[in-house]
Design a protein around this ligand. Sequence first.
Ligand code: C6P
Length: 406
Amino acid sequence: MFDAAAVKRDFPILNQGGAPPLTFLDSAASSQKPQAVIDALVNYYTTINSNVHRGVYKLAVAADHAYDGTREHVARFINATSPDEIVFTRGTTEAINLVAATWGRTNLREGDLVVSTVMEHHSCFVPWQMIALEVGARIEAVRITESGELDQDHYRELLSQNPKVVAFTQVSNVLGTINPVKEMTAQAHAAGAVVCIDAAQSVPHMAVDVQDLDVDFLAFSAHKMLGPMGIGVLYGKRSVLESMPPYQGGGSMIRKVTLEKTTWADIPSRFEAGTPSVGDVVGLGAAIDYLQDLGYADIARHEHELAAAAIIRLSAIPGVTVYGPPADVARAGVVSFVVDGVHPHDVAALLDERGVAVRAGHHCAQPLMKALGVTATTRASFYVYNTIDDVDRLIEGVEYAQRVFA
Ligand code: C6P
């Protein structure tokens, strides 16, 4: 049995007391941090802080070990073939911008096709749109079905036009849809495309194996998986990363600099210009340990139980529309809904009066909002520290919002 109440005790921010107590249902935006991650950060700064890959003194060597050791840990975590395939970035957004700016600018030409989807977070669409506009490439978005899944017929139709790259999310941050990455990647490769996956909403909640998925790139952020803000990961297949020019120029990414010319360091240093956020990398390592101790199978089962309860109970309230796949299919713990006659921001504000923290708005997915025919939704997202009581508080809060606007 997954004991979410015990898990919650590990998160100081959720145990501050106060009235009403905090019901945190916005982990898809950013998760809370367990004491183990906070301790890892404090320990780093109190015992080994120094710059990496520069010093020969003991502190610097300890920081090197912590930084490069976490790179190995991340590689094992997502089953990369080598730590060299792990690039530390500021987050998912920077990772995808890196791919679009380097791989994209090198490989995309006028008239080429980029395939994305209408359910993307702007982070997995705008960087590709920017580079497409710059080089004169086309960008097409796979449509979604009534139940919030990707329209696979439309996907196959777009693949038949031989795109150069296919970029899409593993899990929708609005609908909770889990896309069939492995199958879609195999089809994209058969069509000759490189595949870039936005895993910001999947890695925190499910086991991800990059070799099994066979993706070329995969990006995620530490702050959505119990780790610190400002740090994330770009996985890239060795051969693809090696073919790419640097993203930014500066310290650490060079082999040799003369006044005439600069040559590049090997991967992954080539993509890590400047002083990295070493303490945050250490914190990411602690977050991975914490999630692995809980176990992904149990995490996924627990989140699905909460999301299913929320979907069923919200759908039963007259005037409430829930978006995304139904409760009984494999889906993530993200539940978006609209309450007739109450703006999503008002729903969120009234929930907040009762201590329930949710997100409202377009969720950085404006093309998806357009496809759904709404301008905004209210979104509750569940994670390891949420309990069924939190679902009760959400439902009571939505009913309260309806009474206020009756
Ligand atoms: N979504 C949400 O409330 P960053 O900001 O780089 O850590 O992650 C961006 C990002 C990329 N892809 C997906 C699928 C995401 O959900 C997010 C972040 C948050 O939904 C904040 S906008």
